[in-house]
Design a binder for this molecule. Structure first.
Ligand code: FAD
Length: 446
């Protein structure tokens, strides 16, 4: 039996394992998947988790539930020594250990790119993981509660000021959804005024949403501004110390919530701790058929791989890091592994983009396919339709749909459970304690 080891159970890794399970013959190969998280994060749903339109758990797909024939190892791969066909795994508890393999699949994705701006490491939250989306939502809801009992002034204004840094897809979608939630919340808070709410989107380049062309990109800026947002183009955040945001335009404001979505960086483990070939960005260099260039028994796909884009007219182009590619590459990778195990030739990866689609808040969206652009509700409905069909497994599709239908009947759920971060507070500080020893039951008397 060949031992196949998959590093990372996100889009590309999950689909590779799923397909391998379905296609491998009994005793043909055994599959092991290593990931510190027990689930695939369906990242396109995170902006809707921020807005409370998708339940946090439903944006995660359990690996153990859906990968029944794959051995799941909970841990982080800290090094790949492909020459000796061994990886080092660091579990949450206990000592690091080594796992041997015959064939490796590297699908560890990317990480949020953090720039050395003062205060960002201490103050900002990313938007790549479920817990970040939940925290962003809870922070906003809690800020509304705190602001509502304060007199108007700088402290209250800070609580009602939100800053997103980075105008790519995840930033704009998260920003639009949170703005939509905050605007809707005002109805429940008569103490607060609309003009006290400040939403800033800061983007270093001259435009947002690089995946759509210039005109639709400008339309999105106008649409956000029409809804009261401040969009700062050609602007950098130069400091965020103590929540005081300073921009390169010399503008300054206090912001309770700062969300950092300024791009992807290469996964440092893959870029620096493997003996596989990586390019100048730290991505694994692969051939069009997803085999690692010049190395036997190694494959890679998704956001951590530099995959030649055979559908692009630009020579030397690489596929962009998105779910559209990652999931298709994961599936092809599994088919190609099986082909090589059975002595057949693997196929090259070719995918023509299906266009770009983004939510900008409840009932608002944008879609572009070549010269066709749809905006507003039709684009938003397409966004929901596409993603509910794309989230892996029927079980998850039905759960997400049920929450959307419930919200259509009863409105948004505006509950903050920020207190789950401190579950012992009530027990430790609020529990009734007997004052005198005599009141204690017998076993506790000293
Ligand atoms: C907010 C947001 C919205 C998005 N919306 C869209 C969209 O609408 N459409 C679209 O096409 N794309 C979208 N994307 C991009 C898309 O989600 C990613 O391109 C896609 O998830 C990449 O898949 P992947 O398998 O390469 O990596 P991931 O899905 O990130 O998975 C990587 C996995 O590897 C694991 N891992 C990392 N390091 C290690 C290690 N050292 N050892 C073991 N495991 C490790 C991680 O825990 C993770 O499970 C969005 C992204 C974000 C953040």
């Amino acid at each position: 039996m060949r031992r196949i080891l998959i590093v990372g159970g996100g889009y590309a890794g999950f689909y590779a394992a799923w397909k391998l399970e379905k296609k491998l013959r009994r005793n043909e190969a055994e599959v092991t998947l290593v990931d510190p998280r027990p689930y695939l994060t369906y990242q396109p749903f995170l902006p809707e988790v921020v807005a409370g339109a998708v339940e946090a758990r439903h944006a995660a797909v359990s690996l153990r539930r859906h990968l029944r024939r794959t051995r799941i190892v909970a841990g982080t791969v800290t090094a790949v020594d492909h020459a000796h066909r061994v990886v080092t795994v660091r579990p949450a508890d206990g000592d690091a250990f080594e796992l041997g393999y015959d064939l490796i699949v590297v699908t560890a994705g990317a990480v949020t790119r953090r720039l050395p701006v003062p205060g960002v490491a201490e103050e900002a939250i990313g938007l790549k993981h479920v817990e970040e989306a939940v925290a962003i939502r809870d922070r906003l809801l809690t800020s509304f509660d705190r602001a509502a009992v304060l007199p108007a002034g700088p402290q209250r204004r800070k609580l009602l000021t939100v800053t997103f840094v980075g105008g790519g897809f995840s930033g704009v979608e998260g920003f639009g959804e949170l703005l939509s939630l905050a605007t809707a919340l005002l109805k429940r808070y008569p103490e607060l005024r609309r003009d006290e709410l400040e939403f800033h989107l800061v983007e270093a380049s001259g435009r947002i949403l690089p995946e759509v062309t210039d005109r639709p990109g400008r339309w999105v800026v106008r649409e956000l501004e029409r809804r009261g947002a401040h969009v700062h183009l050609d602007t950098l955040v130069t400091s965020a110390t103590g929540g005081h945001v300073t921009l390169s335009t010399s503008e300054e404001f206090d912001s309770e919530l700062i969300v950092w979505t300024a791009g992807n960086g290469a996964n440092p483990v893959i870029g620096k701790h493997t003996d596989l070939p990586v390019d100048e960005r730290g991505l694994v260099v692969v051939r069009p058929d997803l085999r690692v260039e010049g190395v036997p028994d190694a494959w890679a796909a998704g956001d951590d791989a530099a995959v030649p884009d055979l559908a692009s007219p630009v020579p030397g182009a690489r596929t962009v890091p998105n779910a559209q590619h990652a999931y298709r590459q994961g599936k092809l990778l599994a088919r190609n592994i099986i082909a090589t195990l059975r002595g057949r030739e693997p196929k090259p990866y070719v995918h023509h983009s299906l266009g770009s689609i983004a939510t900008l808040g409840l009932g608002r969206g944008i879609f572009q396919y070549r010269r066709l652009v749809l905006t507003g509700r039709p684009a938003w409905l397409m966004h929901r339709g596409y993603h509910v069909l794309a989230v892996p497994s029927w079980e998850r599709k039905v759960r997400v749909l049920a929450v959307w239908l419930t919200a259509a009947l009863f409105g948004r759920d505006i509950l903050s459970l920020a207190s789950v971060q401190h579950p012992r507070d009530a027990f430790v500080s609020g529990g009734a304690r007997p004052e005198r020893t005599e009141e204690l039951p017998a076993p506790f008397k000293v």
